[in-house]
Design a protein around this ligand. Structure first.
Ligand SMILES: Nc1nc2c(c(=O)[nH]1)N[C@H]1C(S)=C(S)[C@@H](COP(=O)(O)OP(=O)(O)OC[C@H]3O[C@@H](n4cnc5c(N)ncnc54)[C@H](O)[C@@H]3O)O[C@H]1N2
Ligand code: MOO
Ligand SMILES: [Mg+2]
Length: 423
């Protein structure tokens, strides 16, 4: 008699896994290697920005008071004492009636408090001396990027748990963070199982297929930010599989296996968990595909028994493995975001269980549409290439018509949502 498994709800399964979420281990990486990593420290402004009063234009800097009587009829003339390009500073104090020729980004002389753009100034030379005149008055502060006007020293600008994007990198560079504290990438062990599996370079022979899960799951791990440790393919043999998995488990933060979790004669994962003394969190989820997805814990480590069927394997990873991986990586928003999209084609299939349809989500005329990216079957591999989302169709529904607004889960983005999904 085949064992009877008790299906649990998807949300409950996700929550059981996420009870193992913990603060990831920190490490320091070079700024240039920090893309996509998650900050393990708050980023604080180590100085004011701008750090000095700065010219926003190419023009002349002087004391605004000197132009108090300036007008069309009464141009004010300044003696131009020096040229200041960006990166240079004034070499002498600015006296009344004097101006400096200044370029965008250069530091104003201490005594100057305004900048006039070249476009409103006339220049001339007299006996080898350079002069500038202006036919208007200026106010103190005109055209000055004042020290600290963007941010003051000590301001917290980005918080721990934020993903490092180009803008965050610009800030890190601005404030001298040549090295950044980030959460370590979890090391994810991966075994594929099945005597039927050939390697990618092998020719097909009767009864066998090439291993696609190894490449697919490795890529999913990388997309989520983890580090892949691929241990190869296990034949459907208990002793060698047990030995290999128990040894490898000691070297990784999480373990993934694909295949062998159902009730077949050569589905060995249930026995392997038992022999390991692992605690099975669940071995049946009320969903399609991936209903046989099994997760077990051994100490503080999780073992993900993903289905062998490619689509079920793919979905199992995104729903159960990815959020905990993101959370170990330091993310405070580890769940793929759920949004609403218009169904672009009828989906007549009834949904006795919550269904996650591999789908293509696209934008048209300012709206978001979604449609299946291929055959909706657990064993299908061809629907995954153009899948960038899952339709989430609740259990107990009878199918949907085109134009219906449905829930969709985005799987190509890493900045997710803070809370698990509700259905
Ligand atoms: N009597 C029952 N049979 C099955 C049940 C059930 O409840 N009762 N569940 C079905 C469901 S649902 C699924 S999903 C599959 C799950 O199978 P396993 O996780 O045990 O996986 P395998 O048996 O090892 O393989 C299934 C299928 O996937 C192919 N496969 C496996 N590994 C790979 C790989 N690395 N790359 C590509 N394809 C792979 C394998 O050849 C099989 O075709 O069980 C149903 N059966
Ligand atoms: O676990 Mo199976 O994928 O439901 O088809
Ligand atoms: Mg099987």
């Amino acid at each position: 008699m085949v064992e009877k498994r008790n299906p649990i709800a998807v949300q409950e399964a996700v929550e059981r896994v996420m009870q193992f979420a913990e603060e990831g281990i920190q490490e320091t990486v070079k700024l240039e290697d920090s893309d996509g990593r998650i900050l393990g420290e708050d980023i604080v402004a180590t100085h004011a920005v701008p750090p000095f009063n700065k010219s926003p234009y190419d023009g002349f800097a002087f004391r605004a008071e000197d132009t108090a009587t300036g007008s069309q009829e009464n141009p004010i003339t300044f003696k131009v004492t020096e040229h200041i390009s960006a990166g240079k500073v004034a070499t002498q104090p600015l006296q009344k009636g004097e101006a400096v020729r200044i370029m965008t980004g250069a530091k104003l002389p201490e005594e100057a408090n305004c900048v006039a753009m070249f476009e409103i100034c006339q220049t001339f030379e007299d006996q080898g001396q350079e002069y500038m005149s202006i036919k208007r008055s200026m106010n103190p502060g005109d055209n000055v990027n004042v020290k600290g006007s963007e941010t003051e020293e000590g301001t917290k600008l980005v918080y721990k748990g934020t993903s490092i994007n180009p803008g965050v990198k610009a800030l890190l560079a601005t404030f001298g963070y040549a090295y950044v504290t980030v959460a370590k990438r979890p090391k994810v062990g991966l075994f594929t199982t099945g005597t039927e599996l050939l390697q990618v370079e092998d020719d097909l022979v009767p009864g066998k297929i090439r291993n696609s899960n190894a490449s697919m799951v490795a890529s999913q791990i990388i997309r989520a930010g983890g580090e892949v440790q691929f241990y190869g393919t296990l034949q459907d043999d208990f002793a060698t599989s047990f030995e290999a998995i128990s040894k490898a488990l000691e070297e990784v933060d999480l373990m993934i296996t694909t295949g062998g979790v159902s009730v077949g004669d050569y589905d060995l994962m249930p026995d392997i968990y038992q022999e390991l003394g692992a605690n099975v969190l669940f071995n049946k989820v009320a969903m399609r595909p991936g209903s046989v997805t099994t997760v077990a814990s051994k100490g503080d480590k999780l073992l993900f028994g993903l289905s062998g069927n490619p689509s079920a394997c793919y979905v199992g990873f995104e729903l159960f493995t990815r959020p905990i991986l993101r959370s170990l990586m330091g993310s405070k928003q580890p769940y793929p975001p759920k949004i609403k999209a218009y169904l672009a084609a009828d989906f007549p299939k009834a949904n006795p269980f919550t269904r996650f349809v591999r789908s293509n989500l696209y934008y048209q005329d300012g709206n978001v549409y979604i449609q299946p990216s291929g055959l909706d079957k657990s064993s299908v591999v061809t629907s995954l290439a153009s899948a960038n989302a899952f339709m989430m169709l609740p259990g107990g529904t009878r199918g949907y018509e085109k134009g219906y607004l449905i829930d969709a889960l985005l799987i190509e983005v890493n900045e997710g949502q803070a809370d698990t999904w509700t259905f």
